[in-house]
Design a protein around this ligand. Structure first.
Ligand SMILES: O=C(O)CCC(=O)CC(=O)O
Length: 247
């Protein structure tokens, strides 16, 4: 699987991978990249089915999405990296922490869905809707979950959602519909920072806070007055947390 990625920062610095939310691309990390690139070789990638990555027909699985990231490390000949992921990218991070622990130093998991398979039907329905009508059919409702009304700078994210290939978006919904990462949480050994947002209606804090108690040694941060896409709306709060945890 050929994943698109954008690399920023010194080639000999420690590597940090950035994994995006459903329907977005690596471009959503614009508020983080320059800050992180002062210390790290930052590799922001597009999940399969998104942005400039290949768009195979779905359904996909979380094993596919996580395996793609390990393959990307192999292609780049990077032995070990740290990983920051939000939402779908956070679920991929949970998979990597459980299935490829030797390849990663540290994780930051932001608003990660850990057991969407508990309620698969909305994901299956969303996949059908997007295959029939395109991502424009779900864009405005998604923005309503991702940002509080007072945050106005949403046009760049709106454009990413509208541009997302319908098949890639739908196939990632199907991946979420079969994903349950809860059983492996106690086996995670890497240092993990879990971040949730107090007004996240996509992946509510009640589902994220327990991760920090089930992942050994994990640290939890709750961002106030913030919705799901907190990296984009609150970089002044998020970026120092990333730098502090990544070292
Ligand atoms: O945002 C994601 O990557 C998946 C979680 C979700 O529910 C997204 C949404 O609100 O549309």
């Amino acid at each position: 699987m050929r994943l698109n990625y954008v690399e920023t920062g010194p080639a000999d610095a420690p590597v940090v991978l950035l994994g995006s939310s459903l329907g977005a691309t690596q471009a959503m990390w614009a508020p983080q990249v320059d800050v992180l690139a002062k210390r790290f070789r930052v590799i922001a990638f597009d999940h399969r089915g998104h942005g400039g990555s290949e768009v195979p027909d779905g359904p996909y699985t979380i094993d596919d999405l996580g395996g793609d990231v390990v393959e990307l490390l192999d292609t780049l000949e990077v032995e070990q990296a740290s990983y920051v992921g939000i939402s779908l990218g956070g679920a991929v991070g949970l998979w990597l922490a459980q299935n490829a622990p030797d390849r990663f130093h540290r994780f930051v998991l932001i608003c990660p869905p850990s057991n969407p398979a508990e309620n698969p039907q909305p994901w299956i329905d969303r996949a059908s809707q997007v295959r029939a009508e395109g991502t424009q059919a779900i864009t405005e409702a998604t923005l309503g979950r991702w940002f509080l009304p007072e945050f106005k700078d949403i046009d760049p994210i709106r454009q990413l959602l509208r541009d997302c290939p319908a098949e890639g978006y739908a196939a990632c919904c199907e991946a979420l519909s079969t994903t349950n990462l809860l059983p492996g949480l106690p086996d995670i050994t890497a240092p993990v920072l879990v971040i949730t947002a107090d007004s996240d209606t996509s992946v509510p804090p009640e589902t994220v806070i327990p991760l920090a108690t089930q992942i050994p040694g994990a640290h939890l941060e709750i961002i106030e007055n913030a919705a799901h896409l907190v990296t984009y709306s609150h970089p002044d709060v998020i970026n120092p947390l990333l730098l502090a945890h990544l070292g």
